[in-house]
Design a protein around this ligand. Structure first.
Ligand code: MG
Length: 370
C-alpha cells in the first residue's frame, strides 16, 4: 500500500510524446528499463567513481556505485511506502551525467567551460542525455521519460531557481520534489560513504586504526563486533562494523523521515511539494555522524597524495583536449561539427567530453595531444 504522500503512477504528468500504455509494466517501471538500456548507462561501467582500474577490478566504478544506490533506495522507499519503481528509476539515472575521471574530471570540465563564460553541471547534462542525446526510438529523440523522472533528475540533489534557469521552469522549481527524489541524494551519501571506506581500506590507503579513530559512526560498532567474533580476520571485522554503519544510516533515514512527515501533518503529495523544506533527512545525531565520515574521507582519501597523480593527469587530459577541439573544431566527429551549428562550440565539446569513458578519453588524448 502506497502512502498518501507517495507518487502514484496513475497520477503521472506523463511523457513529452504520448505513448500507449504497456500491458504489464507501469510507466515508472518502463522508465527504469529505458535507463538500464541506455548507452550512457552502460558507459558508467568505464567511468571512475574514486579509484581508477589501476587499483583493482573489484573496487566501485560509477555503474556499481549506481547499483548500490538503487538497492538502498528500493529498501528505503519500500519501508516508507513510497513508490519503489520511481525511486529505483531515479537512483539508476542519478549519475548518468557524470564525465570521465570522477570528481577531478568534473572539476576540469567545469573549469574549461568557465574560461568560455559558461559552466558544467552534471544534473543538467543528465537531462540533456535523456531528452536528446540517447537515440533509441524512431518516434522521438531521447528516452521520452515521464515528467516525474525528469523532475527528479533535476531536483534530487539541489534547488535551481527559475530566474537562473528559465529553461527548467516546467519542473515546478518553486516546489520541493517528491520524497522519492529527495531520498536519492541521501541514499547516494550512504552508498558512497560506506563504499569509499571499504575501497579505501582494501587499497590500504586507509588503515583500520585510522578509520576507527576518525569515523565515530564506524567506531561505535567495532568493539561489539570484536567481542562477537574473537580470532576473526580483520577484514571480516571491518565488514561487520561497516554493514552496521550502513544499517544505522538507512534505519535512521527511514525513521526520521517518517517522524518528520508525521509531525508536519503531511497526508498528500501536494503537501510534500508545498512544504517549506525537504522532509527526507537524517536525525541531527546521524547527520553529524554522516558529516564526520564525509570529512574524514575528504581529508584522508579523496585528497590523499597516492591519488593526486591521477587527478593531475585527469585534469590535464580534459583541459588539453577541450583546448585542442576549441582550436581545431574540424577534428571533431562529423555529428558534433554539425551540432556546433545549433549550439555553441564550447557546449558541443563539453557534451562530447562529458559522455566519454575513462578509456575513450585517454585514447582521444593520445591521438590528438599525445
Ligand atoms: Mg552518486
Amino acid at each position: 500500500m502506497l502512502a498518501g504522500y507517495a507518487v502514484h503512477v496513475e497520477d503521472s504528468r506523463g511523457r513529452r510524446h504520448p505513448e500507449p500504455m504497456h500491458p504489464y509494466r507501469n510507466e515508472f517501471q518502463r522508465d527504469r528499463d529505458r535507463v538500464i538500456h541506455a548507452r550512457a548507462f552502460r558507459r558508467l561501467e568505464a567511468k571512475t567513481q574514486v579509484f581508477t582500474r589501476r587499483y583493482s577490478d573489484h573496487f566501485r566504478n560509477r555503474l556499481t556505485h549506481t547499483l548500490e544506490v538503487a538497492q538502498i533506495s528500493r529498501t528505503i522507499a519500500g519501508a516508507l511506502n513510497l513508490n519503489v519503481d520511481l525511486a529505483e528509476a531515479l537512483a539508476l539515472v542519478h549519475d548518468i551525467g557524470h564525465p570521465p575521471f570522477g570528481h577531478a574530471g568534473e572539476k576540469a570540465l567545469d573549469t574549461a567551460m568557465r574560461t568560455q563564460g559558461s559552466y558544467f553541471d552534471h544534473n543538467l547534462h543528465a537531462l540533456r542525455i535523456v531528452e536528446a542525446f540517447e537515440q533509441r526510438y524512431a518516434a522521438f529523440p531521447g528516452l521520452n521519460l515521464t515528467f516525474e523522472v525528469r523532475e527528479g533528475i533535476i531536483k534530487h540533489s539541489r534547488d535551481y531557481t527559475s530566474s537562473e534557469h528559465p529553461e527548467l521552469s516546467e519542473y515546478l522549481l518553486h516546489e520541493r520534489p517528491p520524497l522519492e527524489a529527495q531520498l536519492i541524494d541521501l541514499t547516494d551519501e550512504i552508498a558512497y560513504n560506506t563504499a569509499d571506506l571499504d575501497d579505501g581500506y582494501e587499497s590500504r590507503l586507509l588503515s583500520l586504526a585510522q578509520i576507527r579513530g576518525g569515523v565515530p559512526i564506524f567506531e561505535k560498532f567495532f568493539p561489539e563486533v570484536e567481542r562477537l567474533y574473537p580470532d576473526t580476520q580483520e577484514k571480516l571485522l571491518f565488514n561487520e562494523a561497516l554493514r552496521r554503519m550502513l544499517n544505522r544510516m538507512v534505519s535512521d533515514l527511514i525513521q526520521n523521515t517518517k517522524a518528520r512527515v508525521h509531525s508536519a501533518g503531511i497526508r498528500s503529495l501536494a503537501e510534500i511539494r508545498g512544504y517549506a523544506e525537504r522532509l527526507a533527512a537524517f536525525s541531527p545525531e546521524v547527520e553529524a555522524e554522516r558529516r564526520q565520515a564525509k570529512d574524514f574521507l575528504h581529508e584522508n582519501l579523496y585528497y590523499s597524495p597516492s591519488l593526486a597523480g591521477e587527478k593531475i593527469d585527469a585534469e590535464r587530459v580534459v583541459s588539453e583536449l577541450f583546448a585542442f577541439w576549441m582550436k581545431y573544431p574540424s577534428s571533431l566527429p562529423g555529428a558534433y561539427q554539425e551540432k556546433a551549428h545549433e549550439d555553441t562550440l564550447p557546449r558541443v565539446i563539453c557534451d562530447y567530453i562529458a559522455g566519454m569513458t575513462d578509456n575513450f578519453i585517454i585514447e582521444q588524448y593520445e591521438r590528438h595531444c599525445g
